[in-house]
Design a protein around this ligand. Structure first.
Ligand SMILES: Cc1cc2nc3c(=O)[nH]c(=O)nc-3n(C[C@H](O)[C@H](O)[C@H](O)COP(=O)(O)O)c2cc1C
Length: 363
């Protein structure tokens, strides 16, 4: 099999320069294990686990999704499960911890649990190499490096990339506006963001938002990145933890069928359906306050739409279910296994990188 080996593979200890994005509300335990077993970086997602800690803000009936364990125990069990499922392949995985200000107590608790899990099990210590922080300020998370983790931080702009570099991040994930779920109000897409961030910082950069195949991996490398992070593409795989209805919705949507509206931690990109349209209508009604960083608890109507949207997701009500996804849905028409997907991406990227010089007519 052709290999695309980059600096990211050496930093993280993976075979292919591909990261799975953290994706709430699920724990993404099955997906993280499958991705790690296929030689890329699998990621456990923490955001949904914390819903019981912030009941006034939580749009999600957490007990229905996670049972009654406290959040730290949910994470501990997830780490144990992924450690077990990746033991024989010696796969590598990480944990995504959002560090938005509304979430900060939960962030600290998840960091402590991640450290604790590594200290108490040597297999976990070997496999759990990476923590990806996102959706907030990178300052004060360099403790992760002191604890021996590779620390990656997700940013939506050159300004934020420089902040992440100053804070000491080992890897910067530059996430363009076409990506699924949390995005920035400033609509800077990957084609502008990734090369500009790669130019602005010395830290290795991973492109996120719109990546799904070998051509886009090759494009990321051409833009100065050392790899890609994918969210939406990984949802539509046989092993992913997402509802069948959500996977099917991704296969059916074309590229114009996503919408950005106000979500729990700021703007989110949703798959277009009746619920997403209602959220966007409410967002527009409440403008311009959202642009000015209006606190979450003043957005009761939107929280209500989200709360019922998550429950409708679990009840498989397609029109009113809350489902996130990136513009890249327009490029996803199949449901492979993660191993098939990763293999085809790497094979195609290496073909593209070989062929492209032949397209160029030299004078
Ligand atoms: C359903 C869904 C949930 C997501 N949840 C999170 C999350 O909890 N934390 C995070 O850092 N990013 C989250 N993201 C963003 C992904 O990690 C990734 O950066 C993004 O999906 C990349 O863009 P793409 O969807 O075009 O691949 C989510 C994305 C999706 C589609």
């Amino acid at each position: 099999m052709a290999l695309i080996h980059t600096e990211l593979c050496d930093i993280v200890g993976i075979k292919h320069p591909i990261l799975q994005g953290g994706m709430g509300p699920y724990k993404t335990e099955a997906l993280a294990s499958a991705v790690a077993n296929a030689g890329a970086l699998g990621i456990i997602s923490c955001i949904g686990m914390a819903a019981t800690l912030i009941p006034e803000a939580a749009p999600l009936d957490a007990e229905r999704l996670f049972g009654s364990d406290p959040p730290a125990v949910i994470l501990q069990k997830s780490i144990e499960a992924v450690t077990k499922q990746t033991r024989s392949s010696r796969g590598v995985f990480g944990v995504n911890i959002p560090v938005a200000s509304e979430f900060i107590l939960a962030s600290k608790m998840f960091v402590e649990q991640t450290i604790e899990s590594c200290k108490s099990d040597s297999d976990t210590e070997r496999a759990l190499r990476v923590v990806v922080t996102s959706a907030g300020n990178p300052k004060s998370w360099s403790v992760l490096k002191d604890e021996g983790f590779i620390w990656a931080h997700v940013v939506p702009s050159v300004y934020h990339a420089k902040k992440a570099e100053q804070a000491g991040a080992d890897v910067i994930v530059a996430s363009g506006h076409e990506g699924g779920a949390h995005v920035s109000w400033d609509p800077v897409h990957s084609m502008v963001l990734v090369p500009e961030v790669a130019k602005a910082v010395k830290t290795p950069v991973v492109g996120a938002g719109g990546f799904c195949d070998g051509a886009t991996l090759a494009a990321a490398l051409c833009m100065g990145a050392v790899g890609i992070q994918m969210g939406t593409r990984f949802i539509a795989t046989t092993e992913s933890d997402f509802e069948p209805m959500w996977k099917q919705a991704i296969l059916e949507r074309e590229e114009r069928q996503t919408l950005v509206g106000r979500g729990l931690f700021g703007p989110m990109r949703f798959l277009r359906n009746k619920r997403a349209e209602e959220i966007v209508e409410q967002t527009l009604e409440d403008l311009p306050n959202f642009f000015l960083g209006e606190p979450l608890d003043s957005n009761e109507k939107i929280l209500d739409l989200e709360r019922t949207g998550f429950n409708d997701l679990m009840d498989a009500k397609e029109d009113t279910a809350l489902m996130f996804g990136g513009e890249v849905v327009g490029r996803i028409q199949d449901l492979p296994s993660t191993a098939e997907l990763i293999e085809s991406i790497v094979r195609e990227a290496s073909e593209v990188l070989e062929k492209v010089p032949n397209f160029v007519i030299r004078e």
